[in-house]
Every structure is written in structure tokens, then in C-alpha cells.
Design a protein around this ligand. Sequence first.
Ligand code: ZN
Length: 438
Amino acid sequence: MSATIIRNVRLIHLETAAIDSTHIFINKQGIIEKISPVLPDDFEHYHIIEGNNHFVLPGLINLHAHLFGNGNALSAPSTPFLKHLTFRLINTQLGKNWLRSIMRKNAQTELQTGVTTIRVVGEGLYQDILLRQQINHGEFIGPTLKASGPMLSAKDGHGTPFVARESTSISDYIQNCHQNIESGVDWIKICITGGVTDAKALGQAGQVQIPLGEVEAICQEAHKHDILVAAHAESTKGIRIALKAGVDSIEHGFSMDEEIIQLFKNNPKAYRGYSVLVPTFSPAIPFVKLSRKDLGVTELVYQNGKAIYQGMLKGFHQALQNNITIGIGNDASMTLVTHYDFWRELVYCKKLGKLSNQDVLKMATSGNAHILGVEDEYGTIAVGKIADVILLEQNPLENLKALKTISLVIKKGIPVDKTQLPKLKKVDRLLEKMDDKA
Ligand SMILES: [Zn+2]
């Protein structure tokens, strides 16, 4: 690869909202070397990418995604027997290769639509770790992955057996946590509560599945290895356990009380001394915008989904009011959450939180980079940073929907080829119906 200049761009400074007409110089290693409105005399020695006066932003970071699904309705096998049979089939070399090929395609769809870094928070059989290695070794171009491997869950708990490992005792949890670390995970993901799809009764979606002592042991083990812990928690009770035990990031969230608010901001057991919230509105909003028939779910799932949405929204508002650090992730792979729609999560956060475009763009770039601990390399366009850059025809500070049609994605200095996106007609139709009601 030769040194590159992205010529004639309008660089958006997200800190100030100022826009500069300039050129971006990238060295052979894919690092931004200089940002200058002056072209050198020998500029023909560089590889030139024509920026066409488009707007430029740092690549987006999706802080909560899965790669195993594409956004079509998720359906689990109906009996425990079928569940374990299916899992055994996937747990063969052929099965794992099949799974990884799906994950690769989904990761590349995220990249093509502007997501240059993903925190992957729950996959089966360590295929996310393998995929990350393949991308890092340059076997193919993909987003930067920070991966958690399989989640840690209780027996028959959330996500088991496909994307979570079961544990039944403290020593079990420690052993499974340790095995994830040995396998090379970047984060530990645990499921403290159940989820919408596995609740057996109304209000059970947020039922606690892992007790405090167990969560504490996991956090200690992970932190000992300088690894942070993210917890799926969809009830006040679940969040309290998570934060008291030292969890670093709460996924989805729910309404909080004063004790929880204070723990978020000052959490002696969290690795950094505080914890963050990552709400995920994309899979939750359909429950309040679409009919049960549209979603094709049971009345129980429908009602639980609505309750989870209301709790998540309350928690989000409380986090904003109390200056709790918030990250943006969309839970891609869940029903109606495709890999080409990350922009929607930004729109939801803006609308629901009454935030500015600048606020949410900062959250999805430098803010998320900070939470991920990669702010030295990613999240801003500056000298010394990796050249993960997206070009847009329209100004996203004026309209976030500009993110829907990204003209070019550059990953580590290399332009990403545009291929036909794997659009899902039925999903798109339902999402458009939701937009009409917005
Ligand atoms: Zn998730």
C-alpha cells in the first residue's frame, strides 16, 4: 500500500461542529499523518482518493452487536431436545465454518454502511475470536472487532446454548470466565437477567439469573486480567446486582433509583471506578410502534417487549439527567435489527433523549471509542489515529439520515469495495411502516 491523500473533503470537527475544507494524508501503515488544506508539489506520488467535497466523519463504532443473525425474526428450536441437537450440528467443523461465513458477511455489511469498529457481545463457539484473527491478519477487509466470545449465563439462562455458556456454581463461572480469557476475548459478557424472548411470564424478562456473589467472582477474575465486564441487565434489581459486583457496562438497562445512579458514577469495584450504560433501542422500539401481528410474536413476548422498552427509556433519561456515561449500540442480529441500519440507533437516541445531531455523532465515535478503551487509535480524525473514515454527500449535523447513504468507507487507509447490500424486504417494509408513525 502506498501513502494516500483523500483530496478535497469537508472535515467535520465533532467537538466544535466546525467544518474545514482540507485534505487528509495517510501513511503506508494506514495512520493519519497530516491534515492540511495545502497539497504537496509531488502529490502525484501519492495514491489519491477523490473526496469530491464530501463531508467526512470518523468511522462509526457499534458498541453492542451480534453477528450470528441478519435481522430476520429470530426463532429458537421449540424443544430442549431440538435445541441441543441443533447446537451439536453447529458444533462441528462444517457447522462452525458455516456460522463464521454468516458472521463475516454481516461484519462486512456493517463496515460498508460506516461501522468501522464493533464490540461483539455474544457469539457461539469462539467464532468471533477466529473472525477477528482473520481480519487482523489481513485475510480479508473487515471492521475492527472487539469480541466477548460466548456470554456467561446461568443453567438454561439467556442465550444458552448457542451464544452463551452455562454455569451452575461460582467455581464454574470462574472457570468459564477464565476459558474465555484464555481464548483471547477482549471483554467478558454476562447475562444477569433474562431477556424478552425467553421470559415465561409477564414481567419476567428482567428476572435475575445470576446472584451477586457469582457476578462478583466473574468481575474479579476479569479485572485481574485487565478485562472489562459487560452485563445484559433488563431490570432495576439486575442492574443493582451488576453494579454492586463491579460490572463495567450495563447493556439495555432499566429504570434506576438513587443508589444505582450513584454507583454508575462512582463504582469502587468497576475497573475504571465508574460504569457506563449502553441502551439498545433498535430491537425494543418495534414493540411500541408495530402491532403484535406485524411482529408475529405471542401476547406474552409483546407485553414483555413493551415493558422492557419503557424501562430502558426511563433509564436512558435518568442517565442523561445525571451525567452517566452512555454508549451507543443497536443489538444487531436481533429481530428487525439489520447490519445496514446502525444509523437508526443514532436517530432513536437523538429523538428519545432530545439530543443534538452533534451529541449523538460524538457518542457513536469518540464516546464509544473511550468506553471501548481504544480512543488512542479510533473515534476521531486526527494525526496519529488510524484512518477509519467515512464520506457523506449530505451534512449529518443537519440531518442524521445522511448516514444512510455513505458515499465511501475507508478502513485503515483503504477504500472499502461497495457490493450489493443484503437487503431484507420484509424487515425494510416493517421499519418503513415504523418511520411513518414516528
Ligand atoms: Zn445483545
